[in-house]
Design a protein around this ligand. Structure first.
Ligand SMILES: *[C@@H]1O[C@H](CO)[C@@H](O)[C@H](O)[C@H]1NC(C)=O
Ligand SMILES: *[C@@H]1O[C@H](CO)[C@@H](O)[C@H](O)[C@H]1NC(C)=O
Ligand SMILES: *[C@@H]1O[C@H](CO)[C@@H](O)[C@H](O)[C@H]1NC(C)=O
Ligand SMILES: *[C@@H]1O[C@H](CO)[C@@H](O)[C@H](O)[C@H]1NC(C)=O
Ligand SMILES: *[C@@H]1O[C@H](CO)[C@@H](O)[C@H](O)[C@H]1NC(C)=O
Length: 397
């Protein structure tokens, strides 16, 4: 969602990806070594297309020209666009298939505040109406794409946006996705997982599944580290989240839904979180009521098999607010080996549970009666999702 900018709020998002630039060659755009799924036959630099990295000149046209040119090489070994060191102001642009956006160390992509550089496009079919308060439309995302295959965004990159309320990484009805080694500072959820809105999402029926998030560092004072929903009507399942470091973040994982959403959030596994200065650690809401016209209030969502383990948190106001739906409780919640130390002014009721069922083991402070202590270790899958088993190739430019 794009909103006008008020005051001096600047939200910074830094994505650190596994690509490694060879230190010997960092100063030039040739001689870069990096790891990727697929090495590309062709490569070009943004400045070849008139790009200016002064932080003031708009590079929207340069990005569009470059990607349009490089899209012609999709069937001939693919192409790579290098963004060299500099501050690259831009509006939104679309990626293309068999393509790598390589953002070099020292390169910052700055999202423009000029709204005319954010084209309004049709709402997703799984949303029916846009949620951007623009009728049946929405603003295109900064770096966007539809129906693409074999796309990599990599490097040592910084993406800044000065428009409040952007989810730094948004997964839209995606299968087999890996998000790793990211440092994100956000004014909204660091990672938002979604799959469609109410009757439109139910009808479209395309879940987010097989999602792995690992080695995430997130600062999000007003939102979650990872949010599941609230638009989850196509379903969200088989999500693994591990080795997460949260600092000054509202909540760790937040599950948001409401009657009317339908769909499901199930088979969610999280472990090894280290947290400091949190309003909530665990947060689930069954009353996230924002609906399109004509939604079916009897379309109840299923929230089940939610597993959290091996976590520590310091300076916490409220350990858990777990609020399911009456006659549609959230079930199969398992929380084990979690130690939470409280802030100077903690809430009296540390585990506030309604309409939920499950178990806990070795949690401090002690849990609510709906999640009684059982001697268990909550599950975390031992198999990998397909993308985690891919061996990266060594590539050179
Ligand atoms: C970018 O992609 C969106 C759909 O994702 C499309 O509506 C829009 O026309 C595309 N823009 C350009 C310039 O191709
Ligand atoms: C994406 O693919 C679907 C299904 O093939 C098609 O209906 C839709 O028009 C495509 N969208 C774009 C923007 O190409
Ligand atoms: C603890 O959290 C409060 C906000 O709840 C914050 O103001 C304070 O600085 C934090 N203390 C430490 C030691 O991080
Ligand atoms: C409990 O969690 C901590 C991390 O917070 C981990 O170091 C420890 O090994 C876990 N204990 C067990 C028995 O799994
Ligand atoms: C517990 O949570 C419910 C539902 O969110 C809320 O209405 C209630 O005020 C909370 N109770 C306390 C004591 O915080």
């Amino acid at each position: 969602m794009i909103r006008p900018v008020f005051g001096i709020l600047v939200f910074l998002a830094i994505f650190h990806f596994p690509a490694t630039e060879s230190r010997r060659h960092q100063k030039t755009t040739s001689g870069i070594e990096f790891s990727a799924l697929n090495c590309r036959k062709h490569s070009a630099v943004l400045t070849d297309f008139g790009g200016v990295g002064d932080g003031k000149t708009s590079n929207t046209k340069a990005f569009k020209k470059a990607i349009s040119k490089l899209s012609q090489m999709a069937s001939d070994g693919g192409a790579q666009l290098v963004v060299p060191p500099g501050k690259w102001l831009t509006g939104s642009f679309n990626l293309t298939s068999h393509f790598t956006l390589f953002i070099q160390k020292g390169a910052t992509i700055l999202a423009t505040q000029d709204e005319s550089e954010w084209p309004v496009i049709a709402a997703l079919p799984s949303y029916g109406e846009g949620r951007d308060e623009t009728g049946t439309a929405r603003f295109n995302s900064l770096i966007s794409g539809t129906n693409l295959t074999d796309v990599v965004t990599t490097g040592r990159s910084t993406v800044r946006d000065s428009t409040g309320g952007i989810n730094s990484k948004r997964s839209n009805s995606c299968t087999n996705t890996l998000i790793e080694d990211c440092h994100i500072v956000s004014g909204d959820d660091c990672i938002a997982v979604k799959s469609g809105w109410d009757q439109y999402g139910i009808k479209f029926g395309m879940p987010t599944q097989q999602l792995s998030i690992r080695r995430l560092t997130c600062i999000s004072p007003k939102s979650a580290g990872v949010a599941l929903g609230s638009e989850m009507s196509g379903g969200i399942k088989d999500v693994r989240i591990e080795d997460v470091n949260l600092i000054d973040t509202e909540s760790a994982i937040r599950i948001k839904t409401a009657p009317g959403r339908g769909g499901y959030v199930k088979d969610i596994f999280a472990r090894r979180f280290t947290m400091k200065t949190m309003k909530y650690v665990f947060w689930m809401n069954g009353n996230y009521n924002s609906h399109p016209k004509g939604y079916d209030p009897k379309a109840f969502p299923e929230v089940s098999n939610i597993n959290y383990r091996d976590m520590t948190a310091e300076n916490v106001t409220l350990s858990a607010s777990l609020d399911g739906i009456e006659k549609d409780p959230f079930t199969g919640i398992c929380i084990s080996n979690v130690t939470i130390s409280l802030s100077a002014e903690p809430k009296k009721l540390q585990w506030n549970c309604t309409n939920v069922a499950g178990v806990t083991s070795r949690v401090k402070p002690g849990p609510c009666s709906l999640l009684p202590e059982k001697h268990v270790d909550c599950k975390f899958p031992t198999d990998l999702i397909p993308i985690e088993s891919v061996v990266l190739k060594k590539c050179f430019i």
